[in-house]
Design a protein around this ligand. Structure first.
Ligand code: ADP
Ligand code: MG
Length: 261
């Protein structure tokens, strides 16, 4: 058996909060294979961003481990691209300079990579804003700069935390299809975090369903819908059947059947 691109093994994360210990994730297990697109779906506050911070090496697990190609993740890695839930741009750099940040971090000559940075800026529909500063952009535009930056160094594994949540509906559709196209061409592995059921089903090969906090895997659902998925996919019976199956996980129990705390 081949070593998975990303493996999450018995991961538990407990924060020391002012109100005492708070367990965000408990005994999480799943894998992302080579070239696979995996969505992690869960309600707000269930630990999705915590998972991304752990997988990117910015936060250490309390228990268990995260491994990339069999190596435990202990610090950020160059072969991983990260798109955060918040764009986290450098305010003193222009759009073009922000997109080039990963190359700068690797000590690469920026001029050699400028053409690719401009191409990514075009792909996220920010052509003409190359020399603008973050404060001159809307939240959705800033988020798209963050997406271009995540792709800049052509990482084999992409970690994306609700990257399209702040975008308007039309831009979101465009970005979703661009991501699918880039993924299909490149053979990258993607871990895509979302709280949107249709977005997860449209993009993913598999959907990992997390419970409310402490987040743990309640099911993993395959999405055997042919690619490329298109706007018509959204209306297909198989697409809707999978969405409905996922909705059942998050539906509130009928009155009188709530679980005791
Ligand atoms: P999600 O991204 O699914 O909305 P998060 O991973 O951001 O969830 O948060 C999961 C839980 O952990 C929440 O209850 C949140 O308040 C808590 N949390 C997140 N970061 C911290 C932190 N640095 N310290 C203490 N609690 C935190
Ligand atoms: Mg989050």
């Amino acid at each position: 058996m081949s070593v998975p691109r990303l493996a999450i093994d018995n991961l538990t994360v407990t924060y020391a909060s002012a109100r005492g210990p708070l367990t965000a994730l408990r005994d999480l297990n799943f894998e992302v294979g080579d070239g696979e697109f995996v969505a992690v779906l869960g309600p707000s506050g269930c630990g999705k961003s915590t998972l991304l911070n752990i997988a990117s090496g910015l936060l250490a697990p309390s228990k268990g481990r995260v491994a990339i190609r069999g190596e435990a993740v202990t610090a950020p890695r160059r072969d991983v691209g990260i798109v955060f839930q918040q764009p986290t741009l450098l305010p003193w750099k222009t759009v073009l300079q922000n997109v080039l940040v990963p190359m700068q971090a690797m000590g690469q000559p920026l001029a050699a990579h400028e053409a690719r940075a401009r191409e990514l800026i075009r792909l996220v529909r920010l052509e003409g804003f190359e020399n603008h500063y973050p404060y001159e952009l809307s939240g959705g535009m800033q988020q798209r700069v963050g997406i271009a930056r995540g792709f800049m160094h052509d990482p084999q594994l992409l970690l994306m935390d609700e990257p399209f949540a702040a975008l308007d509906a039309m831009t979101r559709e465009h970005m979703t299809d661009e991501l699918q196209a880039m993924w299909m061409q490149s053979g990258k592995s993607v871990l895509f975090i979302t709280h949107s059921i249709p977005e997860a089903v449209y993009l993913a090969d598999r959907v990992v369903v997390l419970s409310a906090r402490p987040g743990t895997v309640v099911d993993v659902i395959d999405v055997p819908i042919e690619r490329p998925r298109r706007i018509e996919t959204l209306g297909s019976p198989e697409f809707n059947a999978i969405c409905n199956r996922l909705r059942a996980f998050f539906r509130a129990p009928p009155a009188g059947e709530e679980k005791k705390p």
